[in-house]
Design a protein around this ligand. Sequence first.
Ligand code: ADP
Ligand code: ZN
Length: 287
Amino acid sequence: MLYGAIEAGGTKMVLAICDENCNILEQQSLPTLTPDETMPLMIDFFKGKGIAALGVGSFGPLDLNENSPTFGYITSTPKLPWRDYPLIPELEKALGVKCVLDTDVNAAALCEAKMGAARGLKNCVYLTIGTGIGAGVYCEGKLVHGGLHPEWGHMPLHVRADDPMPQGMCPYHGACLEGLASGPAIEKRWGVSAKELSPDHPAWELEAYYLAQVCAIALTTLATEKIILGGGVMSQTHLFPMIRKKTAELLNGYLQSPNALNLDDTIVPPQCFPVSGLIGSLLLAME
Ligand code: ADP
Ligand code: ZN
């Protein structure tokens, strides 16, 4: 049996056809232009290939409420050509197969839970810290949606008094997680691209302070078993020990569960990078 997968990103769409063992048989990458330009190319890629279902892990926000008249739409995205776009209805109409949508980060969380860093566990959180910040939440063996889907990038955080950019830069909230700790926030605060900051620059200690708050929140709210940190910013691997140390300081010995006590094993990089979003989308189709 063949399945299709789309990892729909703001800059590129990654398309794949896979077998039921998650082997990628065919793969293509397209720039994300307007729906008029990009959709026909995506449809051409899958058409006539005999896929049984298509999974889509997409940038958002998305309407994932089955009872909503705009179910399967990309909704209030800042990527204007895709705002209020009926992505899943259009794909289903063109391809005539069931298409399953979730966030790119929920797809990545599913992939890491089934075959990566959280393999065998029923609980994990997958965060990407890049141009934006997003989190996928896998809880008791299921992806979490609630009334929409998690939007951890916009959680309010405690701003440190010595932050040279305490106002943050999120257009909606200023100093939310994304407004304080995304790649662009690091660049704006320090006047140089995050890629170019040396490992001993104070930027990283402050970044670890913010990401540790998120880890402490994940452990105190969900008692999650793995916190998987990916995205461009986390290619600075020296952040991991700093984040673990600060998380332990924030928790201050209160949580006595194995996942909270052994943060070296709990706060980890992804194992399926760079295909966690794509393979996660495939798993959505297979489920
Ligand atoms: P996107 O979020 O756009 O899908 P990435 O996860 O690669 O893509 O995130 C891009 C952001 O991550 C940029 O803001 C960039 O500053 C930052 N980034 C990319 N590579 C690195 C690196 N090696 N070190 C630090 N920051 C990086
Ligand atoms: Zn925000």
